[in-house]
Design a protein around this ligand. Structure first.
Ligand SMILES: Cc1cc2nc3c(=O)[nH]c(=O)nc-3n(C[C@H](O)[C@H](O)[C@H](O)COP(=O)(O)OP(=O)(O)OC[C@H]3O[C@@H](n4cnc5c(N)ncnc54)[C@H](O)[C@@H]3O)c2cc1C
Length: 397
């Protein structure tokens, strides 16, 4: 009944992805901070993608008909973990957020015209995309029902006004997926597709943030009378919240896969350090307190992998798995931060230094406990379900 084995063809692919990450991607990390704006210079990314394509490894989450590898979710789970062993691995392999989640959404709902215009070049890696849901207070953040960006009809056009921020990739994207309120226009909320260079989209700034610059940045955006047509609606008018759920469930899981890769590499770096460095007459790894850190990290990562695999399997059965993906997101995001924190601790001053990549990864990983739903929000979702299932009112004594 339970079979955790990996099919031989996927195992072979996994070996080739691992080889690409080790031989090509990790050496390119030396350039990951060369560009003051993007971190990784776009030309280096283009070379990495060309090599991934040459090796037949590009776009593992997309169907063959679109130029992807045609893997199911359970099949690409270990592939995304290996891609995630480097922060630039997923970009090199065409499976990085937010493009990967946007490709999934477009694949499910785009019209033939939208597919040709946006999805196909996105899967080829010719363009980037961005997803604008979050707004500064008092707009939508943890609570999407607080959405304030509005779309109103004017003749045969839609006019969109609003304020977004934390729109990842906006600095390089060609297309922006916008979530806007369409109450009174046929539905609660609707997703729109807009060319990023449209009159009416103003990139106010890249939001300065903790850690190193991220490729594409995270922008604050104003939508000032942006004019779109019915053909720019993604899915149906009023379907916005359902489409966001369809995107976010798998997207949370793929984040968990990728971040497990970097945490695993952090654990390996720490294990190497403590097996060589000596203190108090033995290697650091000979001290029980250090062994416990190694054991806890390995065990928590293992539990996370099992949760990811189970969620992937549920999604493959057509389930929404909302509670399970919430549990998985909380566990993995908190595990990744703990594993990297312990790795830094075990490596001492070396861990804090930029001579090792751990401190950069630690800074980058912190946001994972906030985006795609903060831990507290996911715990709320889980607890609501527990209460619904088991919270029977007590009988009077
Ligand atoms: C690096 C990064 C990239 C991002 N990329 C994108 C993107 O591409 N597109 C996009 O639309 N958004 C993006 N976001 C935004 C992200 O999804 C939001 O930051 C997140 O949903 C939280 O919303 P908020 O920041 O408004 O926090 P708020 O809603 O202000 O919440 C702040 C804190 O309050 C607590 N809290 C909230 N609700 C509850 C509750 N019910 N119970 C207990 N505590 C609670 C949590 O601790 C939470 O962190 C990104 C964010 C980051 C940091």
């Amino acid at each position: 009944m339970f079979d955790f084995s990996i099919a031989p063809d996927v195992q072979a692919l996994l070996g080739r992805v691992r080889q690409f990450v080790d031989e090509v991607v990790i050496p390119a990390e030396a350039h990951a901070h060369d560009d003051p704006l993007e971190g990784l210079p776009p030309s280096v990314l283009a070379d990495l993608r060309a090599e991934a394509k040459r090796r037949g490894l590009y776009a593992p989450t997309m169907p063959v008909a679109l130029g992807g590898l045609g893997l199911s979710i359970t099949q690409f789970t270990p592939v995304l973990e290996v891609a995630g062993r480097s922060l630039i691995g997923p970009m090199a392999l065409g499976c990085a957020a937010p493009d990967e989640g946007n490709m999934h959404l477009l694949h499910l709902y785009a019209t033939p015209e939208q597919r040709a215009r946006y999805l196909e070049p996105l899967v080829r890696g010719d363009i980037f995309s961005a997803f604008g849901m979050t707004e500064p207070a008092p707009g939508a953040g943890s609570d999407p029902s607080m959405l304030r960006t509005s779309a109103r009809r004017d003749g045969d056009e839609w006019v969109i006004d609003g304020h977004k921020w934390w729109t990842t990739n906006a600095g390089v994207a060609s297309v922006l997926i916008i979530m806007a309120r369409t109450e009174g226009e046929g539905g609660g909320a609707t997703l729109f597709l807009a060319p990023m260079d449209s009159a009416g989209i103003e990139i106010v700034r890249r939001v300065p943030h903790m850690g190193e610059p991220d490729f594409g940045g995270h922008a604050e955006i104003r939508l000032n009378g942006l004019r779109l047509r019915d053909s720019d609606v993604l899915g149906q008018v009023g379907q916005g919240f359902a489409l966001v759920q369809a995107r976010l469930g798998p997207a949370r899981l793929t984040h968990c896969m990728r971040w497990t890769g970097i945490a695993q590499r952090g654990l390996e770096i720490a294990a190497e350090y403590v097996s060589q460095r000596e203190a108090f007459g033995t290697t650091l790894g000979g001290h029980q307190a250090v062994q416990w850190m190694l054991a806890d990290s390995a065990s928590e990562l293992h539990a996370g992998r099992l949760m990811i695999q189970h969620c992937a399997w549920l999604l493959e059965q057509g389930e929404q798995a909302r509670q399970e993906t919430s549990m998985c997101k909380v566990h993995v995001s908190e595990t990744v931060c703990r594993v990297l924190d312990r790795a830094i601790q075990m490596c001492g001053g070396m861990g804090i230094s930029r001579d090792l990549p751990l401190s950069r990864w630690y800074e980058a990983a912190r946001a994972f406990r906030i985006y795609d739903g903060a831990s507290e929000v996911h715990r709320m979702v889980i607890a609501r379900q527990v209460l619904k299932q088991y919270g029977v009112p007590r009988k009077p004594r």
